[in-house]
Design a protein around this ligand. Sequence first.
Ligand code: COA
Ligand code: AMP
Length: 629
Amino acid sequence: MDQNTGYAEAYAAWQSNPEAWWAKAAEGLDWAKRWDRVFDPSLGAFGQWFASGEISICHNALDRHVDAGHGDRRALIWDSPAAGAQRVLTYRELRDHTAKLAGALVARGIGRGDRVVIYMPMVPEAVMAMLACARIGAIHSVVFGGFAAPELAKRIEDAQPRAVISASCGIEPGRLVAYKPLLDEAISLSAHKPECCLILQRPMLAAEMVADRDYDLLGAMEAAAPHGCVPVAATDPLYILYTSGTTGKPKGVVRDCGGYAVALHNSMSMIYGIKPEDTYWCASDVGWVVGHSYIVYAPLLLGCTTVMYEGKPVGTPDAGAFWRVCAEHKVRVLFTAPTALRAIRQRDPELSFLAQYDLSSLDALYLAGERCDPPTAIWAAEHLGKPVVDHWWQTETGWPITAGFRGYGLFPVKPGSGGRAGPGYDVQALDDAGLPLPRGQSGNLSIKLPLPPGCAPTLWGSDDHYRRSYLADFPGWYRTGDAGEVDLDGDVWIMGRTDDLINVAGHRLSTGQMEEILSGHPAVAECAVIGAADSLKGQTPLGFVVLKAGVERSHSEIVSELVALMRNTLGPVAAFKDALVVNRLPKTRSGKILRASIRRLADGQDANPPPTIDDVAALDDISAALGGK
Ligand code: COA
Ligand code: AMP
């Protein structure tokens, strides 16, 4: 088949009748009640998919496969160099454990619409916890383990969970991360108190339990009666996933059940070209959207085998770890973040570890989370001898906006580009007035409404916040917050954010939030945080602080306090390691801090200050501080 044909035909078919296209995709799933109308534009912030339908995503991810005679197929391979352990769960086993965990929740009065916060490391029980919530119609909210207690507290306060499922510890290189004390601190900080906590006691660290609130997770599962699947409205929330917004308050991105199931199930064959007999590995964390969609829901909805990896690309034990996992479990498609590739490249530039492993089962490497710099993409493709596909998406969309389509033969993609818009997405660059720009011109990357199934229908608790955040700027369009262009071939190039979000090792963080935290230090008068280019993590945060008049303390002591403050308030995931003390910050005449100019200086470029700056000397001050680093 000509490379373009399959993709072009599918895209044209979707364009000519989007509802028929998605209705056909929805046929691949079991519905408790079929929808009357595929898309109802009168509902929600921009319309809703499969509104009158009813579905159980847990049934479709587990029971459906067991019922079809695939109970002995491997559902989940847990590979943990961190714990020195592996575990394989068949579809039947994963269903049975999930049913027990669902029973344990129901025994504690948890049911449809109740929220459950999941704060767990990369262990199979995290997958069971998510699916158990889905099984009974409860709404899960997974919080990434690298966040500090105050961040967890914010999420508990906003989601108001009746229960929390957590573990005694996570394992990071060289240290155990005691999760339970962080959870206890978060609960004491939060005005909302969950009624119960189910705690997985890992063998390497026992957590202290609070009487009448904390229960042993495995004990509770053992004692519980298995619970069946409860179908819910297709538009019911499946989960809330908090992500960085531009302020200190994270955005609670809501995912529905029906549209999400349809989009993810379809994407496994359309984008990744995966079949039920394949093994698929998304090397991310369940705390991120990538983990929700492609460690848990999408592979299980398809009925293939998913790999859950508790380890790092390097150091657990070496830079061959990814190739070991691919060879050992016969991974067909690997999906990771460019940062992981850069980490491997730094340690093993010639990929000498490859010689130890048989990678014949691996067909392609997919990347997302941040833009993959072309040298890294080219290096990986050449050394692996496999197609490398960068694809672009966001927590809000839940699945890729653009990609290379292994299922349609249209892959790999041009190095540096995110590939083409998938069926479901009409992506265009808009000018600041919201008018589409000709192809080849850079602007605000936006998606024509309606968003396809699977994309967030709202933010937790507020359609209005959703409209203001994404829909208000360009009527009729969803504003992605990314800048870039669609080239003459239709390939999309994502060049950076138009707001103050930065991307650190594939993790989305808000510099505005970091500035709020630094401003809380008693010695700081004002500050700016920028994302400086980093050869490993893409970007790392760098703070610039002006001290209050009369503060005479040593600068290095203050900087150490600022680093500790960030770690204890936002978390180690911020990777905030440095701040520079300066006399003043460069500002426009209206008082806006020139973060873009500071960033350019930090990256070794010309500051390129706008004409609205009076105080050019402030930029010299920044340069001098950077020079002394
Ligand atoms: N629980 C607790 N702490 C965590 C954590 C977790 N789940 N995940 C990360 N951390 C900590 C790390 O230990 C590190 O702490 P340190 O400052 O004490 O070293 C800090 O958070 C920063 O972590 P990270 O950014 O992951 O850096 P790293 O140096 O530990 O590892 C890489 C570097 C490249 C190996 C790592 O960033 C990586 O694998 N990136 C891939 C990113 C990814 O999967 N993104 C998902 C979107 S697709
Ligand atoms: P998150 O919501 O954490 O998934 O982060 C989403 C943001 O990460 C996007 O808005 C982009 O800025 C960036 N991003 C994700 N994937 C890519 C990609 N393939 N290329 C460029 N940027 C990306």
